[in-house]
Design a protein around this ligand. Structure first.
Ligand SMILES: NC(=O)c1ccc[n+]([C@@H]2O[C@H](COP(=O)([O-])OP(=O)(O)OC[C@H]3O[C@@H](n4cnc5c(N)ncnc54)[C@H](O)[C@@H]3O)[C@@H](O)[C@H]2O)c1
Length: 388
């Protein structure tokens, strides 16, 4: 006697380019990798702005409907989950509308342009009793989860330092076109929300809450050509250097910049504790460099995080058969659908809207610290822990 097929959950994806592609691929893969699935995702619709292109995307990814505006996607009664992969200025509006209709929401990071907007989203999601998740997908890299396990098991001892960097060279050419990412009105911030937010979320995930920040930021190229002609004025930071203070007493640094030639997706952190250190680099995401003082004079060793006893070990392939960036979105979606099915909460492994809000508060503090050239206390993230 076999169990009946899992319950189906209708998915709507806002966006189909950029990171939306990773979500669309995750919708296709998740139920085959995590079998039997908690619920079976059914791609109902994709939404964009151009009727032709969104229709092509629907065909490409097997969606039943293509909508040239996201409101119609949310109004489609078959859609029970919104994956919001639009630009930052669409996060709050579409997610709030979805929450009002009782849709569960997985929204890309940064959760919102400001902490105020993020608080609204969190409060609406909690009031509507929906499952809510912020797309901090790097929590689902097996090597990051192994780092967390080692820290939680006390293998590093008391943590002294977190040293995070997220650097690429995507804006080094002054002819790179002006987009939504270059305007505070649409993006909220520059590299703070775009890159640093990921490192901040990992800092919170691995080391704990951040209580104060100091920072310096720069705009290196303040005018960029527009696709339609003319130039746009860049009013968000291209780079930030910051100092972080943690509630545990640890201190750290954070650097984010799109002006680092040769760096492509260089999200890296080093954590130093009383008994050891670990280093992670997203460009080599299957590896974790580990130094444990108890090992004596052996130096750092590189652990290939693909063994059966490692996080997600054996889920995909045998040991040594490595994973990539896209797999983090499959892991993330599995966690989300497990919560939709009522089997397991989003937190603590996944980021809820509460986590998205707390990260937004730190982003605001970094922005203020850089503008006012002073140390800023992180106030705000004092609400009780809310889980999905
Ligand atoms: N988690 C990650 O690793 C990761 C990586 C990249 C981007 N992001 C986040 O994802 C979001 C999107 O970034 P991106 O790089 O994919 O941007 P993008 O500009 O490449 O793509 C944005 C998508 O949204 C669509 N879109 C724009 N305005 C819309 C509207 N009003 N209605 C419907 N669709 C609309 C566009 O057609 C496009 O498909 C951002 O919030 C970004 O911070 C996260």
């Amino acid at each position: 006697m076999t169990a009946g097929p899992p319950q189906q959950v209708g998915i709507g994806v806002l966006g189909y380019n950029g990171v939306a592609r990773a979500h669309l691929l995750a919708v296709q893969r998740v139920a085959t990798i995590f079998w039997p699935p908690a619920v079976h995702p059914l791609l109902i619709a994709v939404a964009g702005r151009s009727a032709d292109r969104v229709e092509q995307a629907a065909q490409r990814y097997g969606a039943q409907a293509a909508y040239p505006d996201w409101q119609r996607l949310i109004d489609d009664r078959r859609v029970q989950v919104l994956i919001n992969a639009g630009p930052n200025d669409v996060h709050a509006e579409a997610s709030l509308a979805a929450a009002t209709r009782g849709l569960h929401v997985l929204c890309e990071k940064p959760l919102a342009r400001t902490s105020g907007e993020a608080a609204q989203m969190r409060d609406a999601a909690v009031a509507a009793r929906i499952v809510h998740m912020t797309g901090y997908n790097y929590r689902f890299v097996p090597a990051v989860l192994l780092a967390r396990r080692l820290i939680r098991d006390g293998r590093l001892g008391r943590i002294y330092h977190f040293r995070g960097r997220y650097c690429d060279d995507s804006m080094i050419d002054p002819q790179v076109l002006y987009t939504w990412r270059h305007t505070r009105a649409r993006a909220g911030s520059g590299v703070i929300g775009d890159l640093a937010a990921h490192a901040l979320d990992l800092a919170r995930f691995l080391v704990g809450e951040i209580t104060a920040v100091s920072a310096t930021a720069r705009i290196f190229v303040d005018r960029r050509p527009r696709r339609e002609g003319g130039v746009g004025t860049v009013d968000v930071e291209d780079a930030i250097e910051a100092v972080l203070e943690f509630s545990s007493g640890a201190i750290g640094t954070l650097e984010a910049s799109t002006f680092c030639p040769g760096r492509k997706n260089f999200l890296t952190f080093e954590i130093n504790g009383a008994d050891g250190s670990l280093v992670f680099n997203l460009e080599r995401l299957n590896e974790l460099d580990l130094f444990l003082r108890e090992d004596g004079a052996n130096g750092f060793r590189t652990v290939l995080v693909t063994e059966a006893h490692h996080p997600y070990g054996g889920t995909w392939w045998p040991p040594g058969h490595t994973l990539g960036w896209e797999h983090t979105f499959v892991h993330q979606l599995q966690r989300f659908l497990g919560a939709v099915a009522g089997q397991s909460p989003i937190a603590p492994d996944g980021a809820t809207f509460e986590d998205g809000y707390r990260c937004a508060v730190i982003c605001d503090a970094l922005d203020r610290a850089a503008r006012e050239a002073r140390r800023v206390t992180v106030d705000g993230p004092v609400t009780p822990e809310r889980t999905a």
